[in-house]
Write a protein that binds this ligand. Structure first.
Ligand SMILES: [Mg+2]
Length: 374
């Protein structure tokens, strides 16, 4: 991992070099109604009986202790039920928390246990959109790692996918993360997830229906896709590519998935000169990698590690340039063609040899197509 596949997204925006996919649940893999109605209603109606039955269960006692601690720190208000250490009393507080949709750790843990019972008995089935199971299987077969990041507890996430309406999907998932890793709107949570998955953020794709979560992932250097499940909704132009389903996302262009041929040797002085040129402009650069774009067209790619502005700068140099030019000449071309300016504006610039000259092409942010600048 990661494998060097060339990917195409439905919007035409290229997602290059993805090694792992990170998925939100609500509004992304699963209809929001399933969580807000089916699951919440289920927990609401089962809380009293569950607490009565499990009152002495050590794990449930742990949740009750947590709820008690949270209750102590509540600011007093008329609707807050008083704390009573019995099933009826705890039920009243739990119902109050649910009514206000409070993000309480004790509540989430207790709900997770109630849902788990429901899944085990077959009363609950985790709902996923129909395009989700085939995509999970396809990505797994492509060698991509797949993980979940959701505000629901890890136990609730695992139960949902183990007992989904499409069968046990947990076989496709490598890891689950909840808010104990960090808030979904903070970049450091995504950096931590990448670290745990041993993946560079730039090689991860985070998919969510909430733009601020995507902004945070972007800040940590991840690639992002905004999942808009209603096809009628066309969000205004934003920084994140928009998808309506997982259907064609990260599909290899040819089947079976093609693996890029190994990188042809690059003279160390050429590598050093280009890296130094990029670093000299304030960009932290990943080690050079190899990417084939079209048949018989290969590029050495120097890509920024983490972008400060949420977009990753990259310089693509045609193999022929490396073969024909000395390190010093390479840097001269980069200087002469104002490539730094192009990268700053467009984030990805490629330079190809054309006869005796060079052709600079840039990726415009909107169309995803290459525009030639002779
Ligand atoms: Mg969501």
């Amino acid at each position: 991992m990661p494998r060097s596949l060339i990917h195409s997204a439905p919007t035409g925006v290229e997602l290059s070099h993805i090694g792992a996919v990170l998925l939100d649940i609500e509004g992304t893999t699963t209809p929001i109604d399933f969580v807000h109605q089916t699951l919440f209603d289920y927990a609401r109606s089962r809380v009293p009986g569950f607490l009565k039955r499990k009152w002495d269960d050590p794990e449930v006692r742990g949740d009750i202790a947590r709820l008690n601690a949270e209750h102590v720190s509540e600011s007093p208000e008329p609707s807050l039920p008083p704390w009573r250490d019995n099933p009826g009393g705890v039920t009243a507080y739990v119902q109050w928390l649910m009514q206000l949709d409070r993000k309480s750790t004790g509540l989430k843990s207790l709900q997770g246990k109630i849902w788990d019972e429901g899944y085990r008995s077959g009363e609950l089935k985790g709902e996923v959109y129909p395009d989700v199971p085939p995509a999970l299987e396809r990505w797994r077969n492509q060698g991509l790692g797949i993980a979940i990041f959701s505000s629901g507890s890890v136990q609730a996430q695992r139960s949902l996918f183990e007992n989904s309406n499409a069968g046990d999907l947990s076989q496709f998932l490598r890891a689950y993360f909840d808010t104990t890793t960090g808030p979904k709107k903070e970049a450091r949570s995504y950096a931590r997830i990448a670290q745990e998955l041993r993946c560079r953020p730039a090689q991860m794709l985070f998919i969510s229906d909430v733009p601020v979560e995507l902004d945070a992932a972007r800040k940590a250097g991840m690639q992002t896709a905004l999942c808009v499940r209603s096809p009628a909704v066309a969000p205004s132009d934003g920084p994140h590519q928009v998808i309506h389903s997982f259907d064609r996302l990260l599909s290899p262009k040819s089947s079976p998935p093609e693996v890029s041929p190994p990188m042809p040797p690059i003279p160390p002085e050429a590598d050093a000169a280009v890296s130094a040129w990029m670093r000299g402009r304030g960009w932290q650069v990943n080690p050079v990698r190899w990417q084939t774009e079209e048949p018989n067209m290969g590029f050495y790619v120097w890509q920024e590690e983490v972008s400060s502005i949420g977009k990753v700068h990259a310089l693509w140099l045609d193999e022929a340039m490396i073969r024909h030019l000395k390190a010093k000449e390479l840097v001269q071309v980069l200087e002469r063609e104002s490539v730094a300016e192009e990268i700053r504006i467009n984030y990805k610039v490629r330079i190809e040899e054309r006869g005796a000259g060079y052709r600079v092409s840039v990726v415009p942010r909107k169309s995803g197509a290459f525009r030639g600048v002779e």
